[in-house]
Design a protein around this ligand. Structure first.
Ligand code: UDX
Length: 447
C-alpha cells in the first residue's frame, strides 16, 4: 500500500518506519528541514531502541522516504495524521493547530480518486473528543473522495517499535455511514495485515469512542501511578514500605502489578498533558465533575517532586544553600532522551531555586541539556557527578544507575546520602556499604 505519514515527530517517525518495515511504500512529511534531512539519511533524530537499524534498512530498501514536499503524498491510500497536540501555553487544553494544518495539507494535495477507490485520512494524534467529527465535516465539505478514520496509538517511549509492531489492541474509529466505514476498515485491515493475522484484538467503534479510548487509557495509567504514590505518603506517615505494599496488592490480578512503582511520579509528553487536556474538554462539555478526580491525580503527582526536594533538604539538615547535589538521570524515564515534563528536571530546577549546586548526569540527554540549559552543570560520568556531593539522587532508573556499586562511590562523595527517587535501589545493599538511604515511602524495614 501507499502510505503518507504527516508529522515525523516521535509518533510519526516511528509509525512511518514500522509501516515501511511491514512492506508498505511510505512517505513521511514534515515541515522541519533538519528532521527530514536526518530521517532521509537514515539517522534517527531521537533516542529509541531498535529504531536506527530499522530506519536505515527501510530507507536503503527504497520503501521509506522523508520529505518537506507535500505533493509527494498525493497518491497515498492512507494518510496518517501524527502531528503533536501540545498543551496550550498557560492553559490546560491542547493546541490543535498542527492537526488542522495537517488536514489542510491532505485536502490540498491528495489526488482525486475514483468513487470505488477512496483514500482514508487516519487520525493518530491524541485529540480532544469531538475533533474527529469536526475534521470529518471539513473533509465532507471539501468534496474529495476521502474518508476519515480514528486510530489512536498507544506506544510507549523506549518500546515504541515493539508496541507498534505488536500492539495489545488496534482501535478503529469509523464513520457511521456503513459503506464509508466498511471501505475505511478494509484499507486499515490491509495496512495492519500482519497484526490482524497475528490475532491482535481489533475494537471497532465510532469516532468519539476511539478518541476517548486513548485519553481514558492514559488517565487510568496516571491514576494508578498517583494511587500508589498516595499510598507512599501513607507509608511515610506510618513506617510502611510501599514497594512491599505494591507487590502484595499487585498479585491480585484484578489490580495487576504493573504501573505501581511509587517514586517521583509520572512525566513525559503524554500522561501529564493528556489528563489536563481531558479535564479541559470535560469542562467544555459541561461534565467536569466526571473528571474531578484527575485534578487530584495531577496534584498528587506534582507533590512527589516537592517531596523529593524536601527529602534532600532534611538529609542535609536544613538549607540546601551552597550544598552539592548530584542528580543521576534527567529524562522522564529510562531508554529515551525525552525531557518533556520530566520530574527529574523539575526537581533539579527546584533544588537550584533553593540555592543548591546541582550536577546532573544522564546517559542520553547530556548533550541536549548542555545546549538548552547552560545554567545546569552537566557531568559526563557518574564519578564526575558524585565527586564532592552532599546528596546523591537517583531520579531516572537507567539500568546503569540501578546497578551502581555503592562501595565504589563511597570515597568520592562528601556525605554518603542517597535518595532513591524511583525505589529501584536495594536499601540494605546501600546501607551495608555505609550510606544513608532514603526511598520514597519505603519506611524503615529490616525485611
Ligand atoms: C505513555 C503510555 O504508557 C502510552 O501507552 C501512551 O501511548 C503514551 O504515554 P510514555 O509517556 O512513553 O507512554 O511513558 P510510560 O512508560 O507510560 O511512563 C510515563 C511516566 O510514568 C514516566 O515518567 C514513568 O517514570 C512514570 N511511571 C511509570 C511511574 O512513575 N510509575 C510506574 O509504575 C510507571
Amino acid at each position: 500500500m501507499r502510505i503518507s505519514v504527516i508529522g515525523c515527530g516521535y509518533l510519526g517517525a516511528v509509525h512511518a518506519v514500522c509501516m515501511a518495515d511491514i512492506g508498505h511504500d511510505v512517505v513521511g512529511l514534515d515541515v522541519d528541514d533538519l528532521r527530514v534531512a536526518s530521517l532521509a539519511a537514515g539517522v534517527a533524530p531521537f533516542h529509541e531502541p531498535g529504531l536506527p537499524e530499522m530506519l536505515s534498512r527501510n530507507v536503503a530498501a527504497g520503501r521509506l522516504r522523508f520529505t518537506t514536499d507535500a505533493t509527494l503524498i498525493a497518491d497515498a491510500d492512507l494518510h496518517f495524521i501524527a502531528v503533536g497536540t501540545p498543551q496550550l501555553e498557560g492553559q490546560l487544553g491542547a493546541d490543535m493547530r498542527y492537526v488542522s494544518a495537517a488536514l489542510d495539507t491532505v485536502l490540498a494535495h491528495a489526488e482525486d480518486r475514483p468513487a470505488d477507490r477512496p483514500a482514508v485520512v487516519v487520525g493518530k494524534s491524541t485529540v480532544p473528543v469531538g475533533t474527529a467529527q469536526a475534521l470529518a465535516e471539513r473533509i465532507a465539505a471539501d468534496g474529495n473522495n476521502l474518508i476519515l478514520a480514528w486510530n489512536p496509538e498507544f506506544l510507549r517511549e523506549g518500546y515504541a517499535v515493539d508496541d507498534t509492531l505488536h500492539p495489545d489492541r488496534i482501535v478503529y474509529g469509523l464513520p457511521v455511514d456503513i459503506p464509508a466505514g466498511t471501505a475505511a476498515r478494509k484499507l486499515l485491515d490491509e495496512c495492519y495485515a500482519p497484526q490482524v493475522a497475528a490475532g491482535t484484538p481489533v475494537v471497532v467503534a465510532n469516532y468519539a469512542t476511539a478518541e476517548l479510548v486513548k485519553v481514558a487509557a492514559n488517565s487510568f495509567l496516571a491514576t494508578k501511578i498517583s494511587f500508589i504514590n498516595s499510598m507512599a505518603e501513607l507509608c511515610d506517615a506510618t513506617g510502611g514500605d510501599v514497594t512491599r505494599l505494591a507487590e502484595a496488592i499487585g498479585y491480585d490480578d484484578r489490580i495487576g502489578a504493573k504501573f505501581l512503582q511509587a517514586g517521583i511520579g509520572f512525566g513525559g509528553g503524554c500522561l501529564p498533558k493528556d489528563i489536563r487536556a481531558f479535564m479541559a474538554r470535560a469542562q467544555e462539555l459541561g461534565v467536569d465533575e466526571a473528571l474531578t478526580f484527575l485534578r487530584e491525580v495531577d496534584a498528587i503527582n506534582l507533590r512527589r517532586r516537592h517531596h523529593a526536594v524536601q527529602l534532600a533538604e532534611s538529609a542535609v539538615g536544613g538549607s540546601l544553600e551552597g550544598r552539592n547535589i548530584a542528580v543521576l538521570g534527567i529524562t522522564f524515564k529510562p531508554d529515551t532522551d525525552d525531557l518533556r515534563d520530566s520530574p527529574a528536571l523539575d526537581i533539579a530546577d527546584q533544588l537550584l531555586g533553593r540555592g543548591a549546586h546541582v550536577v546532573v548526569v544522564d546517559p542520553a540527554a547530556g548533550a541536549e541539556l548542555r545546549r538548552r540549559r547552560p545554567d545546569l552543570d552537566v557531568a559526563d560520568t557518574v564519578t564526575e557527578a558524585v565527586t564532592g556531593a552532599d546528596v546523591v539522587m537517583v531520579l531516572t532508573p537507567w539500568k546503569e544507575y540501578v546497578e551502581l556499586d555503592p562501595a565504589a562511590l563511597l570515597s568520592l562523595v562528601a556525605t554518603p546520602t542517597i535518595i532513591d527517587g524511583r525505589n529501584v535501589l536495594d536499601p540494605h545493599r546501600w546501607h551495608d556499604a555505609g550510606w544513608n538511604y532514603h526511598g520514597m515511602g519505603r519506611g524503615v524495614s529490616t525485611w
